[in-house]
Design a protein. Sequence first.
Lengths: 509, 497, 99
Amino acid sequence: MAVPDSGDDLTRLTATETAAKIASGDVSAVEVANAHLDRIRAVDGDVHAFLTVDEDGAIACAESVDDKRANGEPLSPLAGVPLALKDVVVTRGLQTTSGSKILEGWIPPYDATITRKMREAGVVILGKVNMDEFAMGSSTENSAFGASRNPWDLTRTPGGSSGGSSAAVAAFEAPIAIGTDTGGSIRQPAAVTGLVGHKPTYGGVSRYGLIAFSSSLDQAGPFGRTVLDTALLHEVIAGHDPMDSTSLDVPVPPVVAAAREGAHGDLAGLTVGVVKELGGEGYEPGVEAACRAAYAKLEEMGAKVVEVSCPHFGYALAAYYLIAPSEASSNLARFDAVRYGLRVGDDGVRGLEEVMSLTREAGFGAEVKRRIMIGTYALSSGYYDAYYGQAQKVRTLISRDFAAAFETCDVLVSPTTPTVAFKLGERVDDPMAMYASDLCTLPAPLAGLPAISVPAGLAAAPGGGPELPVGLQIMAPALADDRCYRVAAAVEAALGVLADKAPLLEGAK
Amino acid sequence: MTVTAVSFDEVTERYEPVIGLETHVELGTKTKMWCGCATGFGAEPNTQVCPVCLGLPGSLPVVNASAVEATIRIGLALNCSIATWCRFARKNYFYPDMPKNYQISQYDEPICTDGYLDVEVDGETVRIEIERVHMEEDTGKTLHVGGSTGRIHGATHSLVDYNRAGIPLVEIVTKPITGTGARAPQVARAYVTALRDVIRGLDVSDVRMEQGSMRCDVNTSLSPSGSGVWGTRTETKNVNSLRSVERAVRSEMIRQAGVLDAGGKITQETRHFHEDTGETTSGRSKEEATDYRYFPEPDLVPIAPDPAWVEELRQTLPEPPALRRKRIQQAWGVSDHDWASVVNAGAVELIEATIAAGASPESARKWWMGELARRANETGTELEALPITPSQVAGVQALVDAGRINDKLARQVLDGVLAGEGSPEEVVVARGLEVVSDTGALGAAVDEAIAANPDVAEKIRSGKVAAAGALVGAVMKATKGQADAKTVRELIIQKLS
Amino acid sequence: MPAISREEVAHLARLARLAVTDDELDTFAGQLDVILGAVARVGEVAADDIPPTSHAVPLTNVLRPDEVKPSIDREMVLLAAPAAEDGRFRVPRILTEEE
């Protein structure tokens, strides 16, 4: 058991509490920043969440928040709150790698739109956190810079691809983080580390400055230890962006208000649909039990819980692992040793094509290569109709399944993942086993719908050992992100905040 | 296999040509297709770039509204159907001048389809059918360093400038053009000329082939006469002028006939046209047609032009050049035969502009079809490429009308302007070409002429005024043509009456 | 079920400009075969008259006005370049078909 000191106190606060203390002058943003930087120094050797820590940038930002406060200027709701930023989001002047050797050392000349929005809101970006390379993976074991570890059990993965984000927040290195979700890469890490993580409606958050994996699925989204913290961060980053043609020109759904409202724990009038196809074989009993207990709580709070069938959800994995690699094979073609990034084998004799091929061979990891080749195959003339074309049709059918279900239900629920956090090394050599982590999270992005993961208690891992977090997934119709937050807040009110129960890691002294 | 040279006439006796033209037009928008970078020429390398047109990780395209409007107007002017809904697609291939290693273009859902353009060839109207018009982006420019000719072969490395990457391009593709026989080369040229004129009339592009804002690829194949079997086609690039279009088709037809006659097969390939020899050589081989793995562009949403807006654009199209020409021909009262010369010389717009600048129709035609056409032929250039503008020509005529110069002197003024010595006014002053009509100054020259030609002078005194012409000539010669003939004549008569 | 051969994998690697090693080819061929087998499941769904979805949320006509915006400073642009010369990106020679 760690001996708490004043530094620990500041890192145990929620983002909401931190923001309030800074706004009231109780504590300075610089103190808060330093406390978190100390925490990173103490524990990140074990957790390995951070790839780049930007101490100077963080302190400078914190100082400007303190200055604003001193001048009596109004502060944004999260001003001075430290944040961990997934290294797939471009930051001007600060290394951005996307978890890949091919971008090691790349310093972008521009900021992503969400980076700019966070800076403007006075959020203190502590640094860039680890991820599966190019967001392809469910454990961070595909990172070129080593895997991150789950603060609940350092022999297990923190999920992926936003595993650095989840590890950082679960280890109290930052109260909030940004991740990206294409097939589940925010929700699954949140579930296995006891956090809240939300994938916004597609188009709800700008993709300008997100290093693209699968363009029609990618969305950046917030992580937090509480539903309210997550909602506050959502409101900072969401909104229309003229630099992103796929961004929606509509008001941001009122997620903060919904989170506050949901915390009252009154769900009368709400119909919750449990998706039949997202359960059964392959799902750990502990996970299903925890979720069933959560459904019971929803009923206690006044919701009507029914079972629904979404018959095409069983094809989501196949459709996703055709669509995403296809788009990725094209998106990653730009890494060619010409304008930025790694260049290998340029001895003055070799031609460009060879240098390009050697560079991509050396710079990309195995999973990235696999997906590029699958994508190339699926788009090839002769195969397009049967593979990519057919997958896009299955996508339509999945959207129709959702539409039908939402005719009778307000939200749909399921476990976020079939299992609790798995051990490092357990699935690395078996791509299909790794892909299976996404079974529950794949349908929502295929339909462009919002989905949140909220902690639903703990469950024992099959092999025994300490109990590990279970996540409950709540899905809603397009632009009804607030509904996700409302129900999540109700679950949190009923079950309590889980993150505080994480083992308090002691850093090496 | 020996390939013997075949004459063009022999070619068209035994083969029917099928030609096709793919034209790329650079739009003159202020910004690029997907980003707000400037598009002006002549900037230092890589100074008109941003994350989007450099293809930096994380960047995204956003469609230029003016480019869409320009493309629709081109489609309407070519009598196309405008799609009610269309998408962009990615064309995937690796090349260093393409920052993303895919080009955002349109594939099976182009914005305009099924149009036509009527062109005049030897007094006959030929209807060229247009398959499609679509939007895409241009590439950057690559310099090949170290080789002897600046071309790829033998280069040690290459240097890439992305200023032009992302410039909006419109691609116009004809359907296969059949039934042209021996006139295939002229039909091709007439089509490109007419297309250029239509697009220029819309004011959406400079369409200057010499500058690259209009590029033509010519597809040629031969079908043995009467067989109904189409041959393998080749694509010819580097066709940089209207004349080259005609020459390229001609030379490819001859080449292919030679190969086929000798029992060979035409390789489906891309060929390179050479200005100096007028021949084509083999370029990149298309042995395995590249699979571009097209798929709908996920970073862009479909374009669905509002039909009411499209109709408005249609109503506000300028008069089609062909119709305009008919109207002008009638207004000027020029015969069909003479008119054909004017059109062939590419002089209609030039003459019109000269009239607009103040010259009379007759004088405008006279200068462009006479003196200037002669000079264009001498230098092997096209009329519009001469370094003189319609307003300058009108300026020369204005000086003649004002009596400050005469016809002969006007020719010298034209020389000066073409040589880059300045405006007509400046050339007159610099070269001292002003007509002298001051009677005092001329008086001496007239007296000299009278004194030197006593018998002529006697004739005039006795009433034969017509004889004054000889004395006028003498004075003109003495004054190097700068005397005002009318004034001289009056002076002579005055002095001798 | 598609069986993907080692040669096909080598071909895909070439198309994607990946200089995979012989050992990798063996491993990848096996893995890709399994993955392709799994994703081929999409073919089990009857979808002849189903329209494909390329965008989950239906938007059209997102356009921007033709107004010039500042470009990036060239120095910043070339800073990240693996090689630069005379203000341009320098790349190894582009070989022609014969070479």
